[in-house]
Design a protein around this ligand. Structure first.
Ligand SMILES: Cc1cc2nc3c(=O)[nH]c(=O)nc-3n(C[C@H](O)[C@H](O)[C@H](O)COP(=O)(O)O)c2cc1C
Length: 401
């Protein structure tokens, strides 16, 4: 089964990710990850850090001559900013500064960040020890691992894309079902927008919203939508709570820094509608199995994929670092002070949509590896082919004996 971990601090030497359970023989190169890595660094409203980092990915294990070997694949992303932080973030014990306090120490927690809770939980007086790991810089690794998972999913012809649906009070209902189906066109239109919203008029209003927030020293959140097309029936399971795919996807998306809500298909809107307007009828569909005229379920019933596109949206809270800071308290003295300001984005919903895609890729790759996994690409494709054949027989009228 595919599993993965990330490691590293925001201003440490670099970030590491390990993914295990990939079959041998999968084509992988740093180049194949570069598109997603570049997209994560984009978006109107990002801060200065993104200009400093190139986020070049290096494979340091598990890949030889552009192919996976079957062992754990390790990615390494250098933090170029480390050269300015070596004295502060280096691993070896250094000289104590004359002041008695570490340089760039943080004692005034930023509301909405992990600073305060992390300080109490781990006993860190210098809250830099918390924010360095809690920071969303870590998502660079998730995007690298997600791009690897995307390559694995391509074996099954699964396509994953995302758009930004809302920033602050500006929202958009699209794209149309037809545009989602035409994934390449959708992706190029999304990339053409400074905020990854493929509708130019809404995109311009979103940019304006961010510009106004910046002027006011404020920040913004929003909503993005991720879809996966080409999923077969039967990924995930209803037999145990932790195997339900909706639950696993929700956890993965909520684990992204600042994501506070996740919905599938009609989502929260379904709660206000009668059942007749929510559930997707079965209509006769011949040898290909019953047809579904709608997709209110978002592609999951009973925690199992139902063959319709996976539709999932995530809500991001506004960025917690405010250039007009909220009141906070110096943890050493109890004195009221403005919260610490660490270089920050004003809005990172476009970048979060790329991280959301990565998490969806990773969870779907896990689900495929549980169902049709194998030690080599050849074996995986054989398992997948056999399962597809069996399921095609079963969906025909009278196919389940
Ligand atoms: C891609 C991305 C970039 C982010 N950039 C920033 C940032 O520059 N400044 C900031 O204060 N928060 C940023 N955040 C959000 C914080 O990391 C997040 O609010 C914080 O970790 C607390 O989130 P939590 O309450 O969900 O744990 C970013 C989040 C993501 C997903």
């Amino acid at each position: 089964m595919i599993r993965f971990l990330t490691a590293g601090e925001s201003h440490g030497p670099g970030l590491t990710g390990v993914i295990e359970g990939l079959p041998a023989g999968l084509d992988l190169s740093a180049e194949s990850l570069s598109r997603d890595m570049a997209r994560r660094r984009m978006g109107y409203g990002r801060g200065g850090r993104m200009a400093l980092e190139t986020d070049a990915v290096r494979f340091v294990s598990g890949v030889r001559k552009g192919r996976t070997l079957g062992g754990p694949v390790t990615v390494w992303i250098e933090n170029r900013d480390f050269r300015n932080w070596e004295k502060i973030m280096g691993a070896e014990p250094g000289e104590e500064p004359q002041s008695g306090e570490p340089e760039r120490a943080v004692f005034v927690p930023r509301p909405g960040h992990a600073d305060f809770v992390g300080g109490i939980k781990f006993g860190h007086r210098d809250l830099r020890n918390v924010l360095e790991r809690a920071s969303a810089r870590e998502t660079a690794t998730r995007v690298a691992l997600g791009a690897i998972a995307r390559t694995y999913l391509a074996l099954f012809k699964v396509r994953i894309a995302s758009v930004v649906r809302a920033i602050g009070s500006v929202s958009w209902d699209g794209p149309s079902e037809e545009l989602w189906e035409d994934t390449e066109t959708l992706q190029s239109r999304t990339l053409a927008s400074e905020v990854f919203c493929p509708d130019p008029e809404t995109s311009a209003r979103m940019v304006e919203e961010i510009r106004n927030a910046k002027k006011a020293g404020d920040s913004l959140g929003g909503v993005f939508e991720v879809r996966a097309l080409g999923l077969p029936v039967g990924l995930g399971s209803y037999v145990q709570w932790d195997q339900r795919l909706d639950g696993r996807l929700a956890q993965a998306l909520c684990s992204i820094q600042a994501i506070k809500g996740v919905e599938f298909g009609l989502g929260f809107a379904a709660a206000a509608l009668p059942g007749s307007k929510v559930h997707d009828p079965f209509l006769p569909g011949g040898a290909g199995g019953p047809r579904r005229p709608s997709n209110g379920s978002g592609g999951l019933e009973g925690g199992v994929t139902n063959g319709l596109p996976l539709v999932v949206r995530a809500a991001m809270k506004p960025i917690a670092t405010l250039y007009t800071p909220l009141p906070s308290v110096d943890i050493r003295t109890g004195e009221t002070l403005p919260a610490t300001v660490e270089r920050s984005d004003i809005c990172a919903v476009p970048a979060a949509s790329v991280v959301g895609e990565a998490m969806v890729c990773l969870i779907l790759a896990q689900a495929f590896s549980e169902k049709v996994g194998g030690d080599s690409v050849e074996e995986v494709l054989a398992h997948f082919g056999e399962t597809e054949r069996l399921f095609r027989e079963r969906v025909r009228p009278g196919g389940i004996r």
